[in-house]
Design a protein around this ligand. Structure first.
Ligand code: HEC
Length: 123
């Protein structure tokens, strides 16, 4: 009985927290915004390990763009990371922000090869 009360109280607190978060962040399912995603990617320091275009930095973090993992895999890595990557809980990085990051990573195009850049091929 006492345990039930504790569990109920905890549940009520969680629900209230979720309701408050819902008020701050829109719970819509529209596709992410890549422009805001880049801002979040930089603001959340993803770039420090994965570089600004997700090209990766060797030891620090692997390449995650172009051709990023699936949205579900990215979200899983953010919430329950494998390896040495820190976790990004919803209180720190909302689902909407995560969707924007995913849209940003998906928008990154492969770099041109040197032979396709005219200034590098003057001879
Ligand atoms: C402190 C360094 C660090 C930071 C900051 C960091 N990551 Fe990572 N990330 C890693 C490492 C290391 C791995 C590889 C984990 C493993 O061993 O599988 C990884 C893996 C990933 C993967 C999975 C790659 C794959 O091929 O499976 C994704 C996606 C990812 N990170 C996205 C992000 C995003 C988005 C952010 C910012 C919100 C972020 N990371 C911040 C270090 C970091």
């Amino acid at each position: 009985m006492k345990l039930n009360a504790i569990v109920l109280t905890a549940f009520a607190a969680l629900s209230l927290g979720a309701a408050m978060c819902g008020a701050v962040q829109a719970q819509d399912t529209k596709p992410g915004d890549p422009v805001n995603g880049k801002k979040v990617f930089l603001a959340m320091n993803c770039f420090e390990c994965h570089s600004t275009s997700g090209q990766g930095g060797g030891e620090a973090g692997p390449r995650i763009a172009p051709n990023p993992p699936s949205p579900a895999a990215i979200l899983r890595q953010l919430r329950h990371p494998a390896g040495r990557m820190p976790a990004y809980v919803p209180q720190v990085l909302s689902d909407a922000q995560a969707a924007d990051i995913i849209a940003y990573l998906q928008s990154i195009k492969p770099a041109k090869a040197g032979k396709d850049i005219p200034i590098l091929n003057l001879r």
